[in-house]
Ligand binder design. Structure first.
Ligand code: PLP
Length: 430
């Protein structure tokens, strides 16, 4: 595999951009490589500047549920572009996208568009704090909600302690109200609520944790969170930035039949352009400026091009619900293929999958929380990753991310991936 052009661009990139990338996960540092630079992508395939072709399981980290440069999603986008790229004054298409979201999510009666998932979760928390007139929030270890200060927190020495900043630059004061519990551990949530429940404004979680690999929620965990937050008058926020419109048209809340008070969106709802949104019960969203006192704004929020692409994407999903069944079948085939490979090769490992989110963990399962995830075998994964790349398969350069399936992935893609997975594992564990 020739990487000459990518290497050349990378040597320039590091001079001008920290680490040569605009988001850390794009660097291949964790697997000891330099990143490949992309020229174009179509369907399930992505092509780097050296002309190498890969079956892509990153899929822009989630938005591209219909694959790259999908013709149906792109239809009419040139006309939309020529009409203007941003006005700073409202457009009808924003209303249409909001309507599609509200109709798909019974728990969402009003929704506000923003530019990223980070903005969505940050803003939802501000509204929840204002609505409840409380300061503390509870998040879960291993869940990622973007990079706003108060959410960049992992668990400290125990679930009942105050959070400690994950990143330098986040003042202790900013995170002193962020509490952290282990994922899937209802008992620790009960304990923390017993002590501090009347101060907790909101509980925020990924209803399927998809930023520590993929970790499914136990049904009783989600049900318990709904019950406890109701009992204490806290707001339950589902961060559906990944799961929204992916697990089902109505997201994880439809999939698990649990209604949160607020929901955050991103990724799929922009059809591949920058976007985010947060919404919830009317009474809560009435807090948002200009009807309420909570300030939240954005120069490019509800950008007409992002809304155009999002509207096309959501409309296609709405009118073709069989897509979710199709994804389920493909993802199950991939899951089973990898599980069989692990077992044939006698390698300790497991595959966690919820819908079209798939993740292979190397190490003893089950993997139900961040502590389980941390025990995984990173060194052999790095060899595995390189071997897959050599075979024309692009997965996230870390074990702790999902493989994102799209409708563009063909049966041949899946079969080739399973075969390559076997070969790469065999070499990694040789
Ligand atoms: N929430 C979840 C669940 C995410 O996966 C992400 C990003 O991957 C975010 C929030 C942040 O979204 P963004 O990267 O658009 O700021």
């Amino acid at each position: 595999m020739n990487n000459i052009k990518s290497e050349k661009i990378y040597s320039e990139a590091v001079k001008y951009i920290p680490g040569g990338v605009n988001s850390p996960v794009r660097a291949f540092k964790s697997v000891g490589l330099n990143p490949i630079f992309i020229d174009k992508a179509h369907g399930s395939k992505i092509y780097d500047v050296d002309g190498n072709e890969y079956i892509d399981y990153i899929c822009s980290w989630g938005p591209l549920i219909l694959g790259h440069s999908n013709e149906d999603v792109l239809k009419g986008v040139e006309d939309a572009l020529r009409k203007g790229t941003s006005y700073g004054v409202p457009t009808q298409i924003e209303v249409e996208v909001a309507k599609l979201i509200v109709q798909a999510y019974p728990s969402v009666e009003m929704v506000r568009m923003v530019n990223s998932g980070t903005e969505a979760t940050m803003s939802a928390l501000r509204v929840a704090r204002a609505y409840t007139k409380r300061s503390k929030i509870l998040k879960f270890e291993g869940c990622y909600h973007g990079h706003s200060d108060s959410l960049l927190v992992k668990s400290g020495s125990g679930a009942l302690t105050y959070g400690v900043p994950t990143s330098p630059g986040v003042p202790e004061d900013v995170v002193k109200d962020t509490l952290v519990c282990p994922y899937n551990d209802l008992k620790s949530v009960e304990d923390i609520f017993k002590k501090q429940g009347s101060d907790i404004a909101a509980v925020i979680l990924e209803p399927v944790a998809a930023n520590m690999g993929v970790v499914a929620p136990k049904k009783e965990f989600l049900e318990g969170l709904r019950r406890i937050t109701k009992e204490y008058g806290s707001i339950l926020i589902f961060d559906e930035v990944i799961t929204g419109f992916r697990l089902a048209f109505g997201g994880a809340q439809e999939y698990y039949n649990i209604e949160p008070d607020m929901t955050c969106f991103g990724k799929i709802i922009g059809g591949g352009l920058p976007v985010g949104a947060y919404g919830g019960k009317r009474e809560i969203m009435n807090m948002v400026s200009p009807i309420g006192p909570v300030y939240q704004a954005g120069t490019l929020s509800g950008n007409p091009l992002a809304m155009y692409m999002g509207h096309r994407m959501l409309t296609i999903l709405k009118n073709n619900r069989e897509i979710y069944n199709d994804l389920e079948i493909k993802a199950e085939k991939l899951e089973k293929g990898i599980m069989d490979n692990l077992s044939k090769l006698g390698i300790a490992g497991t595959v966690n999958r919820v819908g079209s989110l798939v993740c292979m963990f190397l190490g003893e399962g089950p993997v139900d929380n961040y502590d389980d995830v941390k025990r995984c075998d990173v060194e052999n994964f790095n060899i595995y990753f390189k071997e897959l790349l050599q075979r024309g398969i692009l997965v996230a350069p870390t074990q702790f991310e999902a493989m994102f399936l799209s409708t563009a992935h063909t049966d041949d893609d899946i079969e080739y991936t399973i075969k390559s997975n076997y070969e790469a594992l065999k070499i990694a564990f040789n």
